[in-house]
Design a protein around this ligand. Sequence first.
Ligand code: SF4
Length: 681
Amino acid sequence: MKVPVVCPYCGVGCRLYIEQTPSGYRLDYADDVPGIPNENGSLCPKGNAVLDLLSKDRLRKPLKAKEEGKFVEVSWGEAIKEVAERLREIARDDPNGLMFFGSAKTYNEPNYLVQKLARMLGTNNIDHCARLCHSSTVAGLKAVFGAGAMTNTYRDIERADVIMIWGHNYAETHPVGFRYVIKAKERGARVIVVDPRYTRTAWFSDIFLQLYPGTDIALANGLMHVIIKHGLHDKEFVERRTVGFQELKKTVEKYTPERVEEITGVPAELIEEAAVTFAKAENAVVTWAMGLTQSVHGYDNVRAVATLIAITGHIGKPGNGASPMRGQNNVQGACDLGVLPNVFPGYQAVTDEEKRMFFEEFWGTELSGEVGLTTVEATHEALKGRLKAYYIVGENPVISEANSKNAVKALRRLEFLVVQDIFPTETTRLADIVLPATSMLENEGSLTNTERRVQWSFKAIEPPGEARPDWWIVSEVGKALGFTGSGPKGFNYRSAEDVLREINACTPQYRGITPERLKANLAGIHWPCPSEDHPGTPLLYTERFLTPDGKAHLAAVEHRPPAETPDDEYPLILTTTRYVGHFHTLTMTGRSELLRKRWREPFLEVHPGDARRFGLEDNGWALIETRRGRYAARVKVTKAVKPGVVAIPWHWGANVLTNDVLDPVSKIPDTKACACRVKPV
Ligand code: SF4
């Protein structure tokens, strides 16, 4: 029997089948499910390598540390008891001594339970990896449009006449999603790419705006300057559906194409051409990812791009909209289900007394109204000795955090670290207790792709050893902590379906997305879905925005340089990238022999002029140094980067170099631009 699952990698959310045969498991393509993102069945290299998750070095038994990195196997009973006792002990003195890290790599149900556990223990210290990738999207889009999510679907990208791809190598990071760009282009659509590197995506562009890292606001303001100067903004839409236009007009007045060229390095005539092309399009979308978001100005970057979309009226109708591309396959769901320090499930603010009272009644316990710590703040607090324990589900902060050496120091300072994962990682090595979880293919649940599409993934494979589903593990910890009340007041669940029904009852956007409906409809349902007879909402803002006054709030923001700019000591700008064959910190794709062989190591991209200047040779080795760390990598001499800019993929640990200074609103670190120097080794 072919079992339908969802790819455990990126936010496109491709479907595939897994079938058990006498000789093992085999993968099959889901080309018979209309409406899914990969309805022709296609998968990228990562999706095709999905069965490599059955790798031999999976975690199979709970582990207890004897010393750092040395473990003994223990029973589930012993492991759960120890976790509960230590968490209870710390919470008794100070609930804010605890920190919880949910996971964009697991289902909605366990994510809901992790945040419920944190909150029932008295703290809002709960976060997940969206903090490091799209927290600025969530905050920025909420400020302008009222909700922090993609406003449209992949089908709208296909219908667009102009697609502006801002700060992401779409063809490599979301390859199956990129086929909608190709389809649009085949129909005659024009593609504008904004990126510091000439990427595989830039190769598809009609207009390529190669900006310096960290100059996005200047470029957005330059585009808006041209649009307003030529009267190409959608006047009727601006008048009827936005506020703040006059202030915006005044702000962008000084961002002439010539001035913007000086800041961004993008020729003035290309800025003119891109602005006119975008504004005149009948239908246009803007897609973006980490090149825009991972910035000390990430919140303002997103607000500036959202404002560009709003003044041209490219939102709220088919073929238009704002399309942030989420990284991991359930990062949208983890945000939706309240794995954030400031909101309960459904983006209901912890500081809103009415919402808090609802959850106090629902969960039957007193809750904190104080906004909790974000991941990077938690690292800083742990370094100061103010955080005592960390419960991490399915993430690897030792590699994924900016200025990652600090993360290691911070985790070592904790009194207690529990890590729940499917493989041994650089982070499980530091744990006191390791809890072996099942992969997504080995248990079932719901997950939400970048288009707000909630899908059900079925259990296709028997888990190895004593690995257990994430929802089961968190429920056991909850019960061991004494949360044994009935219904939502406890953790007595029999299945992931039970948990989703509880989510339906407390999360307005998911109210009608029941397990029964999801199981019967493999294409899933787009939230918001307020009732069981509602079809879901693929396109947002057709009538009004979700801001209190129903209008888009245009943002007038000024360009400011990144937190670090080149100087005599560190004369280059370093930016980070990704490869199509790898994912995140290699915990999963690094186990695939096929992917490892094809994408075997990181290359530092250096412009030929800089290679000569610093004595680097193609395929030779370079030592990269920043104010935070050093990292050696092989060199690729290429004109894909501008003079003065170098780029490196971060999968292998290049975050020892990056800057952990935070955007003041979204608290995302400045990982896309910092000063560095290079020399041959
Ligand atoms: Fe999986 Fe994303 Fe590749 Fe689709 S595009 S197969 S979801 S990694």
